[in-house]
Design a protein around this ligand. Structure first.
Ligand code: RAM
Length: 360
């Protein structure tokens, strides 16, 4: 979807939804507690905003998981942008979201192949750092997208939306649906996933507000972005907590599997479900009354911005320092925030009223 129509749809939605999204401009899915010692490693030299965008580069995309439709959309957006910019795109990556060693070896492969830049969504921030630092030492520009490492292990992070907004608004969405009362659980992805973990931390902070005094988070379960495991974990949550009133699943794989389970059970419409899903996955569950509302950003736009950031870095337009700016083609101008975080924009809330306006 083009940004102009997405913007229009989002604007209409803002008026339609009763949820007050407390959206702030700051923050990304980056570790708040990470100390960035000066400029990111290998950022080298000064940014030249007027440098021409280089052509003939090779940009490698390394998602958390290749057979995840969310990353298929994201990486397609990346591929189109890399090609439009006259460079070569390649994608490598593990098929499981918990194959940390696999991700490390893919980083090493891209380094050996001397790509000019790589865009990586980290399964496990700790595990990837050494390999990414090695890549940067070899002059390769490293962009994380979707799920960050620590700031010293990459040049820039392309964040889908403010992590704080995502975490807090998911709690707000669910609390409203359960009337601010009852037991809730989280069904996450992999236990090491940076993005989900940062969002869950913000969910817990949101829950400290006295208005949630009757809402109790009883468990965080992990479905590992595996459909079957996520389905079983949902079933397990309901067995373990028969009074459960709602589930937040901040993963496209998890929310789809949870919706599938609830929709075929006696809990349909009774146990509320929200989180992060794609409109195409969730449409039928919104229409059949299993899900009221959930949110996401446009994954293809996230991939496109990651690609444009990678090429801007490899061309010397930016180095990864706070305050630098660059033009991301038709997406417009973006500025680098603290720790080299570039934020795509605001998430969209989808519900029965607007879901048919989206196709991803
Ligand atoms: C899954 C992945 C991804 C996350 C989305 C919301 O596809 O875990 O990292 O951003 O869900």
């Amino acid at each position: 979807m083009r940004k102009s129509s997405l913007r229009r749809a989002t604007a209409g939605l803002a008026a339609a939804t009763s949820l007050a999204l407390a959206l702030t401009a700051c923050g990304g899915t980056t570790k708040e507690d990470v100390k960035n010692e000066g400029a990111p490693a290998a950022s080298g030299g000064k940014a030249d905003p007027n440098a021409a965008l280089k052509k003939g580069l090779t940009v490698g995309f390394l998602p958390k998981q290749v057979n995840n439709p969310y990353f298929t959309s994201a990486d397609k957006g990346g591929e189109a942008a890399v090609k439009e910019l006259g460079s070569t795109y390649k994608e490598v990556g593990p098929s499981s979201a918990t194959d940390t060693a696999g991700q490390v070896s893919y980083v090493n492969t891209l380094t050996q192949q001397q790509v000019d830049a790589m865009a990586v969504s980290a399964q496990d921030p700790g595990a990837l750092c050494t390999a990414l630092k090695q890549a940067m030492k070899n002059g390769i520009k490293v962009v994380t997208y979707d799920s960050d490492t620590t700031a010293d292990c990459r040049n820039a992070f392309v964040s889908q939306a403010s992590a704080e907004d995502l975490g807090r608004t998911e709690v707000q969405l669910l609390a409203e649906q359960i009337g601010y009362k009852g037991e809730i659980a989280v069904l996450s992805a992999a236990q090491t996933a940076t993005n989900q973990n940062v969002w869950i931390d913000f969910m817990k902070q949101e829950l400290k507000d006295p208005k949630y005094k009757d809402v109790k988070l009883v468990k965080v379960a992990y479905g590992d972005d595996d459909a079957q495991k996520s389905f079983q974990q949902t079933q397990g949550l309901l067995q373990e907590y028969p009074n459960l009133k709602g589930i937040i699943s901040p993963t496209t794989v998890g929310i789809k599997a949870a919706a599938q389970y609830l929709s075929g059970s006696k809990y349909k419409g009774k146990v509320k479900l929200t989180g992060l899903g794609t409109p195409n996955d969730m449409r039928k569950y919104v229409k059949n009354g299993t899900v009221e509302a959930f949110e996401l950003w446009d994954p293809a736009k996230l991939g496109e911005l990651a690609a444009r950031t990678a090429v801007a870095l490899a061309s010397g337009q930016i180095t990864g320092k706070e305050g630098e700016t660059f033009t991301a083609g038709g997406m417009g101008e973006y500025a680098l925030g603290k720790d080299g975080v570039i934020s795509l924009g605001k998430p969209t809330v989808f519900d029965a009223k607007n879901i048919d306006q989206f196709n991803f």
